[in-house]
Design a protein around this ligand. Structure first.
Ligand code: GDP
Ligand code: MG
Length: 439
């Protein structure tokens, strides 16, 4: 999705308070990104409406982390758009279950036929048989036979002379005899949608009456994939989609639109060339991926799971061990540096960004050397009892540390805020709100 959307997401994620304006800005970006990805106009409109309703609703505004909750809503609605809960594979009342693979040449049909068989056997303990019904290229049959060898699974083939409809029917008979419970038919593809090919596929379909017709599409082809899906579905009424090469697709446009445009579920995702790289398609994971950005994703996860107990304890100890005088602060400067940016640490705590003073807590490395110099220019008394630092002392400290009075002021303010916050976090009664893991 667009960079702009990602920026908006980043901006909103950390917000302790979300305004209607924020939500509007966010949904506008989502809308543009989806339209850019060619998602149907009406689908986008409905989606945005739902996001707005939920994002401006109580669910979000009353939560501890509204910014993150808004993203969560977007994520959930995107997942819903891609089909919500992942779909299952059909099981015929009378075995074998017949699966027909269709799609353009190069989409990954043959590879996916092998992968699917592998998955069915490994994960579901099934006994699949592969069928080579792509008779136009000898190499296609060889390719499937090689896969069958690698997997140690039978491949049914009648060579290149036979009719694909006959091949499919005879394969099913054989499968019955040999008690195979799944038959996966690899069909021919063309580079483009082609009437002859469609006719042939329709014939096979009518003749064998498959339990599933899986359309294999290359996610890297983006919007073309959507168009291809639309025409295949019109002519063959597919039951599900396999998105291949998702390992190389960073945009997720195809994933979003295919479901929205065809209404057919994406059932599997190809994640690489290897035979074990086929996964059930998880709309929620895909939504996370589309929203991209590891950092945002991890924030969402944090919003969902809260910080775990152990982490919370560790952090608490770290915070507690920071003593409250500048003196100690100086001594522990290295420790502070090792902790990483203070604001980041505090941000990780659920509900933290609702606390006042967050903005003043940012301590980055560059600032740290100034901080160090300022504290070094303080007298012992000033370090322990900063309240004695009046205007003239501030001037002296600024001069001594090569900083400015406003920098000194900022540090003093930060320090006050930090102390307040630590008190809130470590005092036993406060912060008992839901989601706060601190005692
Ligand atoms: P077909 O013409 O539809 O049968 O396509 P093939 O199964 O022959 O695959 C075409 C190419 O795409 C091959 O080089 C496959 O290794 C590759 N391929 C298939 N699925 C995936 C996938 O999920 N990820 C990646 N990276 N490559 C894939
Ligand atoms: Mg093939």
């Amino acid at each position: 999705l667009s960079d702009r959307l990602q920026n908006t997401i980043k901006k909103i994620t950390g917000k302790g308070k979300v305004s209607e304006q924020d939500v509007k800005e966010m949904t506008r970006e989502v809308r543009l990104a989806l339209l850019e990805a060619d998602v149907n106009f009406k689908v986008v409109k409905d989606l945005i409406k739902r996001i707005k309703e939920r994002a401006i609703g109580q669910e979000v505004l009353e939560s501890l982390t509204p910014g993150q909750q808004v993203i969560k809503v977007v994520k959930e609605e995107l997942a819903e758009l891609m089909g919500g809960e992942q779909s299952k594979i059909a099981v015929a009342n009378k075995p074998p279950t017949v699966i027909m693979m269709v799609g353009l040449q190069g989409a990954g049909k043959t590879t996916t036929t092998g992968k699917l068989a592998n998955l069915l056997r490994k994960k579901h303990n099934r006994k699949p048989m592969l069928v080579a019904a792509d008779v136009y290229r000898p190499a296609a049959i060889n390719q499937l036979e090689t896969l069958g060898n690698q997997l140690d699974l039978p491949v049914f083939s009648l060579g290149t002379e036979a009719n694909p409809v006959d091949i499919a029917n005879q394969a099913i008979e054989k499968a019955k005899e040999e008690h195979h419970d799944y038959v996966i038919i690899d069909t021919a593809g063309r580079l483009h949608i082609d009437e002859n090919l469609m006719g042939e596929l329709q014939e096979i379909k009518q003749s064998v009456n498959p339990d599933e017709v899986f359309l294999v599409v290359d996610s890297m082809t983006g919007q073309d994939a959507v168009n291809v899906a639309e025409s295949f579905d019109e002519q063959l009424d597919v039951t599900g989609v396999v998105l291949t090469k998702l390992d190389g697709d960073t945009r997720g446009g195809a994933a979003l639109s295919i479901r929205a445009v065809t209404g057919k579920p994406i059932k599997f995702a190809g994640m690489g060339e290897k035979l074990d790289q086929l996964e059930a398609f998880h709309p929620d994971r895909m939504a996370s991926r589309i929203l991209g950005m590891g950092d945002v994703l991890s924030l969402i996860e944090k919003a969902e799971t809260q910080v775990d107990e152990k982490k919370a304890k560790e952090m608490e100890e770290k915070i507690k061990s920071m003593s409250f005088t500048f003196e100690d602060f100086l001594e522990q400067m290295d420790q502070v540096k090792n902790m990483g940016p203070l604001d980041e640490l505090i941000n990780m705590m659920p509900g933290a960004n609702k606390m006042k003073g967050m903005k003043n807590l940012q301590v980055d490395d560059k600032q740290l050397s100034h901080v160090e110099a300022i504290i070094q220019s303080m007298t012992k008394q000033e370090r322990v009892e900063p309240s004695v630092i009046n205007a003239s002392r501030k001037k002296r400290i600024a001069k001594g540390s090569g900083t400015s009075v406003s920098q000194v002021n900022r540090l003093l303010k930060q320090f006050e805020d930090m102390k307040k916050m630590m008190k809130q976090m470590t005092s036993p009664k406060k912060g008992k709100k839901k989601g706060m893991n601190f005692p």
